[in-house]
Design a protein around this ligand. Structure first.
Ligand code: AMP
Ligand code: MG
Length: 500
């Protein structure tokens, strides 16, 4: 098998260059993927493979064996990472990769180090009672949403490939098993820091912080207080990420500290979903009964998670305990300011405003209030506002999104007057708005349709069509216009599931 996994030139299909595997033993457990019965490659992300500097032809030829974990790849050092995490507020000291195995890292064509991980590759020492496997539905969901997030321009883990395993997995029902190949800037989480802190392993926390700084925040290393600079830079990236989630109507759904990537990427697409009608209290996840991770709760939860990271770093922030707490609190406060800054900047751009002016916050907030009262579709409201910016006669298309179209007239007048104070032409304003207000998002009912067709009929055409439209979310794509529409009555998805 191994000979087969080399190209004629003798280079391996994935040129691994691993660093995490060189960290102390307590950080992970070496474990091989468990082979599967009859793997079939259902999707391979050629463009991403090229960006990663992989041997595309070899991966296409041997994709089923490679992306199922059946093949032994030269240079791979398969391992399951150890981590802890606060899940819905309660601390679980022993989580870790229970169904994911890191094969190793590559340095991509831009010089960035990226993890390549198989999700659903079999049991690990961290599986507890789980089977280490993934079902086809959640694999397709993560494939669709993570690639859509990337196309929308948000920092996110990526999907390199998906295979079906030919084996059943047992959830509430029997489902086809599948493996997702995930690519991430790294898989270090807030929970990875908590793992070492919970064991009072200060040397481990420091080692991990040094590693994370070198890999994700190299500028912090050259400051007088590298660990404080790291925490501050992480806080800013997290504030920006969550501001951008809100700006596209994204609800992560399970912002436990083990699902927060230190790199600032969106990670772990479990019960995530996008808003249709705007409702700040919206929750889709079946397990989020108290709305802890509701749409508008996300910025606050981001701060709560940041506090959990800060706690693990306290001994590194200052030798004086009180001074360390003061420094950490300063970062928590700064996070709030940074979030507000990033969010307002994103919302201004959505309204076609390039400069900032007094009253912008009210203008944004009043539109959101109206959208909520009038059950306007989040995505279409902003997209059609761009149409109005381009051509005032498009106003009916915008107002039709509101239950009582006339309710929008006062707000529209205010918005028009504000846009007129900008130095841009109408065409430029509209183009700028269309570049930040997507026409297409992965709507929940479309994801469900794609999953259902794949699961029940092994029909991937709906999935492929959805992937095609979501690859260009900011282009109108008139032939694919139905994908822009909200769910018809009866099509709405009310609940999403982790599906583990
Ligand atoms: P998640 O809710 O996907 O973030 O996962 C939480 C924890 O449960 C992680 O430690 C996972 O590795 C573990 N886990 C989830 N599903 C499985 C599974 N099917 N088998 C083993 N462990 C799992
Ligand atoms: Mg997780």
């Amino acid at each position: 098998m191994e000979a087969m996994m080399r190209t004629e030139a003798g280079t391996p299909p994935i040129p691994f260059d691993n660093s995490y595997a060189r960290l102390p033993e307590s950080f992970f457990t070496a474990v091989d993927p468990t082979p599967v019965e009859a793997p079939v490659l259902i999707r391979f992300n050629r463009a991403l493979a090229q960006e990663l500097g992989l041997d595309v032809a070899a991966l296409e030829a041997e994709g089923a064996a490679i992306f199922s974990g059946n093949a032994h790849l030269p240079g791979a050092q398969p391992l399951a990472m150890a981590y802890s995490g606060h899940q819905f507020g309660g601390f679980n000291p022993q989580l870790g990769d229970g169904r994911a195995i890191l094969l190793g890292e590559v340095v991509d064509i831009h010089g960035r180090r990226r993890d390549i991980q198989l999700k659903g590759a079999g049991p690990t020492p961290y599986s507890r009672r789980g089977d280490g496997r993934a079902a086809l539905g959640p694999v397709l969901r993560e494939y669709i949403v993570s690639e859509a997030m990337h196309a929308l321009g948000l920092p996110t883990t990526r999907a390199l490939a998906a295979v079906v395993t030919g084996e059943p997995v047992y959830r509430e029902t029997v489902q086809p098993g599948a493996v997702l190949t995930r690519v991430a800037a790294s898989h270090i989480r807030v929970g990875t820091f908590q793992f070492h802190a919970a064991r009072d392993d200060q040397a481990g926390v420091k080692r991990l912080a040094d590693y994370a700084i070198a890999r994700h925040y190299p500028d912090s290393a050259d400051t007088p207080q590298p660990y404080l600079a790291f925490l501050t830079a992480f806080a800013d990236r997290q504030a920006l990420l969550i501001a951008r989630w809100l700006s596209i109507g994204f609800i992560h759904g399970v912002m436990n500290t083990d699902n927060v990537a230190i790199s600032g990427e969106t990670i772990d697409f479990g019960p995530c979903a996008f808003l249709d009608a705007y409702d700040p209290a919206k929750v889709f996840s079946s397990i989020d009964r108290n709305g802890r991770y509701a749409y508008a709760a996300q910025p606050g939860i981001g701060q709560w998670n940041l506090a959990r990271l800060a706690e693990t770093l306290l001994p590194l922030l200052d030798t004086d305990a009180e001074a360390a707490v003061t420094a950490a609190n300063g970062v928590l406060k700064l996070y709030g300011e940074r979030f507000q800054h990033h969010w307002l900047a994103a919302m201004r751009a959505k309204l076609g405003l390039s400069a900032s002016a007094d009253g912008d916050l009210d203008l944004v907030q009043d539109l959101l209030t109206l959208m909520h009262q009038e059950e306007a579709d989040f995505t279409l409201t902003f997209r059609r506002l761009a149409d109005v910016a381009a051509d005032p006669s498009a106003e009916d298309g915008f107002t039709a999104l509101f239950r009582t179209p006339a309710s929008t007239s006062l707000w529209l007048d205010r918005w028009r007057r504000r846009v007129e104070t900008e130095a841009r032409s109408a065409a430029d304003t509209a183009a700028a708005m269309r570049s930040v207000n997507p026409a297409f998002i992965p709507r929940n009912h479309r994801i469900e349709q794609a999953i259902t067709a794949a699961r029940t009929d092994a029909d991937f055409s709906t999935f492929d069509a959805l992937m095609q439209v979501l690859a260009r979310p900011y282009d109108d794509q008139p032939a694919l216009a139905p994908f822009a529409a909200p769910p018809a009555p009866g099509e709405e998805v009310l609940r999403t599931f982790c599906g583990t």
